[in-house]
Design a protein around this ligand. Structure first.
Ligand code: NDP
Ligand code: HSE
Length: 427
């Protein structure tokens, strides 16, 4: 049987999953595609780890660069990061190898350079595992939805952040407690910065936006805010207004401008995305002909991520070379990125105020001065930092106006703490 030779560089969580899948399901795959997928080499700094997976010694290399001298058709980059990984991917392409990667950070920042290089060389650069782990969301965009103009994407695409918010919602615990649990269970990294500060989700929504809206979208084009300042109080108050708090990645065309953002978002509690809990991921994509479509599954971990990596390898084996959309390589009009100050959204505002007559009037006046219309208001008789929470939701308003109003309100002598602000998406 004809075979495709695959070299794996990086045998950590994902790499070892890929080795296990390619060996464990070897027969299933070759029966399906009529070709054999052969592991040409596995490179990792820890040679013993690779040996324990049953890879023969002559196929194990202790360095990714050395491995590139070994003959193979496909190089699978699974070391992560944007330095060595970038050099390895570039070199593999220069050597005429197809490349598969799960590295969202690399593609979000250097995708344009790498995809152009791959196209010029006539090799594939595939990346199904870079967004949504095991969920075939990239394949859905590039194949199933290819005839549609994409209107909007809403993603819960960071499992760690979703686990933390779910625990805070269900158990009433603080962010720090939930993060500790996530680390104990191995969901969050020892350094969970990229997850909780929103940058991992930003990398992923940059990739989905690039595929959907025909312009290179990089991390720097994404408005990012993490989940560290979310408190159980806001989760509970959101519930009283009928919302759940999720770290939502959003990409949508508004007035022909592209709005790409990642931030804690209040969404209606009866919406299907509100019920995506724990480490699960989901992505809602609306196309102009298909309408709303939804993709759900495990967004991380050894097995789900390996499943996505192997689907790319199989694509290459069967000759599905697919590059990112052609329009990305052409000059011409591209949607502009909307500035965050121009976002129009409904807002949740929690003021920490003294409990005295006239407080609501003072707040409402400033909001009115900036053209911000209050939708609902609520005052709770609980003590936070010596004051009471006064909570309002607004009708759609311009973010810069809300910012200016809050700056003014926070200077009032009846306001005791900086106001907590959260955007609302009615979906
Ligand atoms: P790991 O840290 O578990 O694995 C990376 C492995 O690569 C480590 O064993 C590391 O060794 C090795 N390595 C680093 N540099 C080299 C080198 N120069 N030559 C050979 N081996 C090297 O990472 P993951 O498996 O978790 O992630 C891999 C990629 O997949 C990342 O881009 C990540 O973002 C992405 N991804 C991960 C998911 C997950 O659930 N884990 C989900 C989706 C995507 P050492 O430890 O000694 O440095
Ligand atoms: N750290 C990521 C997450 C891994 O928690 O979703 C998958 O990309």
């Amino acid at each position: 049987m004809e075979s495709l030779k695959v070299g794996i560089i990086g045998c950590g969580t994902v790499g070892s999953g890929v080795v296990k899948l390619l060996t464990g399901n070897k027969k299933v795959i070759s029966e399906r595609i009529g070709k054999d997928i052969e592991i040409a080499f596995v490179a990792d700094r820890d040679v013993e780890k690779v040996k324990r997976l049953g890879i023969p010694e002559e196929k194990i290399v202790d360095d990714g660069f050395k491995a590139l001298n070994i003959e193979c058709d496909v190089v699978v980059e699974l070391i992560g990061g944007t330095t060595i990984a970038k050099d390895i991917v570039s070199l593999a392409i220069e050597k005429g190898k197809h490349v598969v990667t799960a590295n969202k950070a690399l593609l979000a920042d250097y995708g344009e350079e790498l995809f152009k290089k791959a196209k010029k060389k006539g090799v594939s650069l595939k990346f199904e595992a870079s967004v949504g782990g095991g969920i075939p969301v990239i394949k859905a965009l590039r194949e199933g939805l290819v005839g549609n103009r994409i209107k909007r994407i809403y993603g819960i695409i960071n499992g760690t952040a979703n686990y933390i918010l779910t625990e805070m919602t269900e158990k009433g615990i603080t962010f720090d407690e939930a993060l500790r649990k996530a680390q104990e269970l191995g969901y969050a990294e020892a350094d969970p910065t990229l997850d909780v500060e929103g940058y991992d989700a930003a990398h992923k929504i940059a990739i989905l936006s690039t595929l959907s809206f025909c312009r290179w979208v990089k991390t720097e084009n994404v408005y990012v805010r993490g989940i560290k300042d979310i408190t159980p109080v806001d989760i509970e108050l959101a519930r009283e207004f009928g919302y759940k708090v999720k770290l939502l990645a959003i990409s949508k065309l508004v007035d022909e401008e592209l709005e790409v953002r990642v931030h804690p978002t209040m969404i209606p509690e009866d919406h299907i995305l509100s019920n995506v809990n724990g480490v699960f991921n989901a992505c809602l994509i609306e196309g102009d002909f298909v309408g709303d479509t939804l993709y759900y599954g495990k967004g991380a971990g050894e097995k789900p991520t390996a499943s996505a990596v192997v689907s790319d390898i199989v694509d290459i084996a069967i000759g599905n070379k697919y590059f990112v959309p052609e329009c990305l390589f052409k000059e011409g009009d591209k949607p502009k990125i909307k500035a965050p100050e121009e976002f129009i959204s409904s807002f949740y505002l929690r003021f920490t105020a003294v409990d005295k007559p006239g407080v609501l009037a003072k707040i409402s006046k400033i909001l009115a001065d900036y053209g911000i219309s209050i939708k609902m208001a609520l005052q709770k008789s609980i003590n936070i930092n010596g004051g009471v929470p006064v909570v309002m939701t607004t009708h759609p308003a311009c973010k810069s106006n809300v910012q200016k109003a809050i700056e003014e309100i926070d200077k009032l002598d009846v306001i005791l703490k900086p106001t907590f602000v959260c955007m609302i998406e009615e979906l």
